[in-house]
Design a protein around this ligand. Structure first.
Ligand code: MG
Length: 367
C-alpha cells in the first residue's frame, strides 16, 4: 500500500491499479496548489509527460488563486511536454491531462485540459466542476449517450484535448467561490470511470478526513476492478490556505514507479527465459491497437513494440482511413499507437474516427 500524502486539510495518493503494469499518473499537493495528471503514450512516455507537466506547473504557478495566471502555467506545461518529446525525452505523440486548482480561503481557481476531473462537495452535494475533453463527453453533450453509458463505452478513454501536441492548446479556466467545510476533489479517470458519482459523494461526505476520503475512493476503484491508474487528491476548503498563501514543500508522486516498472520488465524477461513466452503471448492476443503507418490507420492484434526482443503484435487490418483526415491530437496519438482491449474495441474506435471524418453518427457499439 502506498503511504499517500497527508495533512489534516488535504491528502493525495496514486495507485497503479490492478491491470496496468506501470503508473503513468502524477499528482501534486503543494498548498495552495493541487493538481492531477494522467499521462498517455506508453513505453514510459506517459510518465514522462505527466511528471513534466506537474514539474512545470509547480515552477510556473502564480502566487494567487487567479485562473488566468494558472491557465498560463498550464500552457507553459504544455510547451514543456512538447519540448520534452522533441528533445527525445519520452516519445513523440506522448501527452497528458492536467487538472490544477489553486485554493485561497474559499476561493478556488481551476485550470483544466483532458478528462481528469475536479469536483466540489458543496454543502454535502457533489458538483462536477470541469467538463471532460473526451469523445464520450462530446457524445453525452450531443445527447447521443447517457453519462452512465459513457462510463462503459469502449472509447471512453479517447480524449480530444491533451497537453503535448498542440502549441496553441486551449485551457479551460474559471474561478468559483466555495463555502467553508466544502471538499475539493481532483481525480484521474482511473477513479471516475470505475466509481459513480453517488459513491464519490458518499465517500467525500462521510469520511472524517481528506486522507480517509482518499483511501476510501482508491479502495472503491480497486474493488470495482482497478482497470486504470487511480489518482485522487482531496482538499478541505477553508483549511488548505491557512498558511496565508505560503507554500509548503511540494509532495509529488515519486519516481519509484519507474524503478518498479524496470523490475517488472526484468522479471518478465526472466519469465520468458523460463519458458513463459506462452503467457505473454496469450495476454497480447487479448489486446489490440490502432497505429498510423504511411499515413493510413492500421489495426494490430497484440501490443506495440517488442517484449524481451520478441514482437507481440500481428497486423489484423489495413484500413482505408487516412490519419491526416483526423484532428491533430488523434493523429499524434495514432502515430504513437492507441491501445485498446481487443479487436472489437479497435473496430469500434475505427468506426468513431470514420464518423468524425464524415460527420455521420457512429454506429452503436456492440452491447
Ligand atoms: Mg487514466
Amino acid at each position: 500500500m502506498s503511504p499517500g500524502r497527508r495533512n489534516d486539510s488535504f491528502a493525495g495518493d496514486s495507485h497503479v491499479g490492478l491491470v496496468r503494469s506501470g503508473n503513468e499518473d502524477a499528482f501534486l499537493v503543494a498548498p495552495p496548489l493541487f493538481a492531477v495528471a494522467d499521462g498517455l503514450g506508453g513505453h514510459h512516455a506517459g510518465e514522462v509527460a505527466s511528471s513534466t507537466a506537474i514539474d512545470t506547473l509547480l515552477e510556473a504557478a502564480p502566487r494567487a488563486a487567479d485562473a488566468k495566471s494558472l491557465g498560463r502555467a498550464v500552457r507553459r506545461a504544455n510547451t514543456a511536454v512538447i519540448q520534452a518529446a522533441e528533445s527525445g525525452l519520452g516519445r513523440s505523440g506522448m501527452g497528458t491531462t492536467l487538472t490544477a486548482a489553486m485554493v485561497d480561503g474559499t476561493r478556488i481557481a481551476v485550470a483544466h485540459v483532458g478528462d481528469s476531473r475536479a469536483y466540489l462537495l458543496h454543502f454535502g452535494e457533489l458538483q462536477q466542476l470541469t467538463q471532460d475533453h473526451s469523445m464520450v463527453a462530446d457524445l453525452v453533450r450531443q445527447g447521443q449517450l447517457t453519462a452512465e453509458e459513457s462510463r462503459h463505452h469502449p472509447n471512453r478513454s479517447v480524449i480530444t484535448r491533451a497537453l503535448g501536441s498542440d502549441p496553441n492548446m486551449l485551457v479551460d479556466t474559471f474561478e468559483i467561490e466555495a463555502a467553508d467545510g466544502d471538499r475539493l476533489l481532483l481525480a484521474t479517470d482511473g477513479l471516475t470511470s470505475m466509481v459513480d458519482d453517488d459513491r464519490i459523494e458518499q465517500a467525500l461526505g462521510s469520511e472524517p478526513t481528506p486522507q480517509a476520503a482518499v483511501d476510501a475512493l482508491v479502495d472503491s476503484a480497486l474493488t470495482a476492478g482497478g482497470h486504470d491508474n487511480i489518482t485522487v487528491v482531496v482538499v478541505d476548503i477553508g483549511k488548505a490556505s491557512a498558511g496565508n498563501g505560503q507554500r509548503i514543500a511540494a509532495v509529488k508522486q515519486p519516481g519509484a514507479n519507474r524503478s518498479a516498472l524496470w523490475l517488472l520488465w526484468v522479471l518478465a524477461a526472466i519469465a520468458i527465459v523460463a519458458g513463459a513466452v506462452w503467457s505473454a503471448n496469450s495476454y497480447a492476443r487479448t489486446q489490440a491497437y490502432l497505429i498510423s503507418e504511411n499515413g493510413m490507420v492500421m489495426i494490430y492484434e497484440g501490443v506495440p513494440g517488442d517484449f524481451a526482443g520478441i514482437s507481440m503484435s500481428w497486423l489484423s487490418e489495413e484500413t482505408t482511413l487516412s490519419a491526416s483526415s483526423l484532428d491533430v491530437v488523434t493523429a499524434n496519438r495514432l502515430a504513437a499507437g492507441i491501445r485498446v482491449d481487443g479487436l472489437e474495441q479497435a473496430h469500434a474506435l475505427l468506426e468513431e474516427y470514420r464518423a468524425r471524418t464524415t460527420g455521420e453518427p457512429p454506429s452503436a457499439p456492440a452491447p
